[in-house]
Write a protein that binds this ligand. Structure first.
Ligand code: PMP
Length: 413
């Protein structure tokens, strides 16, 4: 069934054995987990890395001279180096550990943004953004008197690049774009958008939450000034993520939060800040999370990021063809460049009913607005059902989704 040689080489049954949760039954049926865009399952390598940290090395980092603290510090900083390599950063210092994509974008908005965006300036986003790449900018605009401008999408879910370009002027200070849309699967042409943003002197912030699990990311080749991602969407733990920032930008930015770890000196007359990345990591970080995230990055690299992309594209094409063939199903998001997301509506059933019926069959999909209400407005729907693919999904699981949609038709058509 696979259409590419990379997908043929990819041994999905071997990959599935790495994920203990896939042995579960749901409602008496084998679990078919198709909610990967919301959160992915964890391979044994990640679970073990977290367990091993707590079982054998656990201590607070950076401050201790004792052995465990040194081991924990070394493991945390090694995780930073792994993530730098994983996203193509030039230096480890350009990697800041955060709680996830949401916190990463908020960090840029409130540190870089408040220092560089003034009344009358503009921030450009797109109509397909996740709320976490809209709201921080809206808050910043309210605080400093700047204006937020959305670039439109067309009816396939593609960004209209000419329209984006025509929004960019010397007033534009920040362009903030998702690499891959969680609601539509659209892959945006980030390198091209970076050129456009840089041509007017703006910085480019990329929401990479849905890109790191599926494709190779190279922040320098993309031209991203900032790049945000979340551990839990790329087979790592929850509560951990990364902000990549170009060193010279990070060096010039004020702290985002104050507290321990981020200072050089403290006195009541005035304090000074630690070097990056520590300037942006106030308080005790999620040490186990960072170690688990690095294990996830290593795991993805061991599968081969191009092989993963080919496998998922193959599954997406198969799923699209079979879902489209069901009378009454309408796909939302058919961009030329897309990955891993099958968003759809069914003429006579609300997506929430679809989700419940599919769950009865053991098939986990997400239904709702996917934190992308402007996308729903564009397509004139309140919600969609979304099956999103991951490294362990199979053609048989797509068949199970399609068969479960047959039950939906029986009840609603
Ligand atoms: N951006 C996109 C495109 C997403 O899909 C998500 C999660 N659904 C986020 C941002 C927010 O990620 P997190 O909740 O991990 O901060």
């Amino acid at each position: 069934m696979s259409t590419t040689s990379a997908a043929t080489r990819y041994d999905v049954e071997r990959v599935r054995r790495d994920f203990p949760i896939l042995d579960r039954q749901v409602n008496g049926k084998p679990l078919v987990y198709l909610d990967n865009a919301a959160s992915t399952q964890k391979p044994t390598a990640v679970i073990e890395a977290v367990r091993d940290y707590y079982a054998t090395h656990n201590a607070n980092i950076h401050r201790g001279v004792h052995r465990l603290s040194q081991e924990a510090t070394a493991a945390f900083e090694a995780a930073r180096a792994t993530m730098a390599r994983f996203v193509g950063a030039e230096q480890s210092e350009e990697i800041i550990f955060t709680r996830g994509t949401t916190e990463s974008i908020n960090l840029v908005a409130f540190s870089y943004g408040r220092a560089n965006v003034k009344a009358g300036d503009e921030i450009v986003v797109t109509e397909m953004e996740h709320h976490s790449n809209i709201i921080p900018w809206q808050l910043l605009c309210e605080q400093v008197g700047a204006v937020l401008k959305p670039a439109p999408i067309d009816d396939t879910g593609d960004l209209i690049l000419d329209e984006l370009e025509s929004l960019l002027t010397e007033r534009t200070k920040i362009v903030a774009v998702g690499h891959v849309s969680n609601a539509l699967g659209t892959i945006n042409p980030i390198a091209r958008i970076a050129e456009m943003a840089h041509a007017v002197g703006a910085v480019l912030v990329v929401d990479g939450a849905q890109a790191t699990p599926h494709a190779t990311v190279d922040v320098r080749a993309l031209g991203a000034d900032f790049y945000a991602c979340s551990g839990h969407k790329m087979y790592g733990p929850t509560g951990i993520g990364v902000l990549y920032g170009r060193r010279e930008l990070l060096d010039a930015m004020p702290p985002y939060q104050g507290g321990g770890e981020m200072i050089r000196t403290v006195s009541f007359e005035g304090s000074t800040w630690a070097e990056v990345p520590h300037k942006f990591e106030a308080g005790t970080p999620n040490i186990a999370g960072a170690i688990g995230l690095a294990a996830a990055a290593d795991y993805l690299e061991s599968l081969g990021r191009e092989a993963i992309a080919a496998h998922e594209l193959d599954l997406m094409a198969y799923g699209t063809a079979h879902l489209e063939a069901i009378p009454g199903v309408h796909m939302i998001g058919t961009a030329r460049e897309k990955t891993a997301v099958l968003s759809f509506v069914f003429e006579s059933a609300h997506p929430h009913d679809i989700g419940t019926i599919l769950d009865n069959e053991g098939v986990a999909v997400r239904t709702g607005h996917h934190c992308a209400q402007p996308v729903m407005k564009h397509f004139g729907v309140p919600a969609t059902a979304r099956a999103s693919l991951g490294v362990y999904n199979t053609h048989e699981e797509i068949d199970a989704l399609v068969a479960a949609m047959g039950k939906v038709r029986e009840l609603f058509a």
